[in-house]
Design a protein around this ligand. Sequence first.
Ligand SMILES: C[S@@+](CC[C@H](N)C(=O)[O-])C[C@H]1O[C@@H](n2cnc3c(N)ncnc32)[C@H](O)[C@@H]1O
Length: 186
Amino acid sequence: MAEVFPQKTVAQFAERACIHPKRGPFLFRLVRELQPMTILELGTGFGISTLYIAAASKLNGTGNITTLEGASQPVRIARSNFEKAGLGGNITSIHGFFQDTLDGILATLGEVDFVFIDGHHEEEPTLSYVHKILPRLSACGMIVLDDIDWSEGMMKAWRVLSGLPFIESATAYQWIGLLTPIPCKN
Ligand SMILES: C[S@@+](CC[C@H](N)C(=O)[O-])C[C@H]1O[C@@H](n2cnc3c(N)ncnc32)[C@H](O)[C@@H]1O
């Protein structure tokens, strides 16, 4: 498999590719509040955001996380981080490009309660991933998009998604976009 970031050292990667320090705790609090059971993450990186989600899930006493990552070195480091943190039990780490893995994973997971998208920050791929995920989202499920300010493409994708007729609520906080579809009645 071709590497996503073949030319970067771990340090260079880590500098830009871990969740922002203010957004990790926000993710943690969201998961504590929503108590999702089935959680999907696109973009494991070194697993820092996964650990925020997993720590909240552990306190919730519920929540299994499936996290997807295309580059092999981050996958190795993330898996080691999960074990070191003692949170590996509820995390399934999948190595492969979203384009190749997402359909199969969605079919396996059934309904998904919480999705964090933090990779492949371009307009068309982002729209495509969200459109694949939306029909699988449980009532009151949530899709969280990181870096909606990352590029013109991400800003466009956010504008399109937040204007969809079947989106009940689209909220931006600290450049994280939160999408809740219409079926939610709570
Ligand atoms: C911003 S980093 C993720 C950081 C991680 N969520 C955290 O906060 O610790 C984005 C990750 O998405 C991965 N990625 C980007 N495009 C991808 C694709 N098409 N398929 C799979 N992984 C991809 C990159 O290799 C990178 O590790």
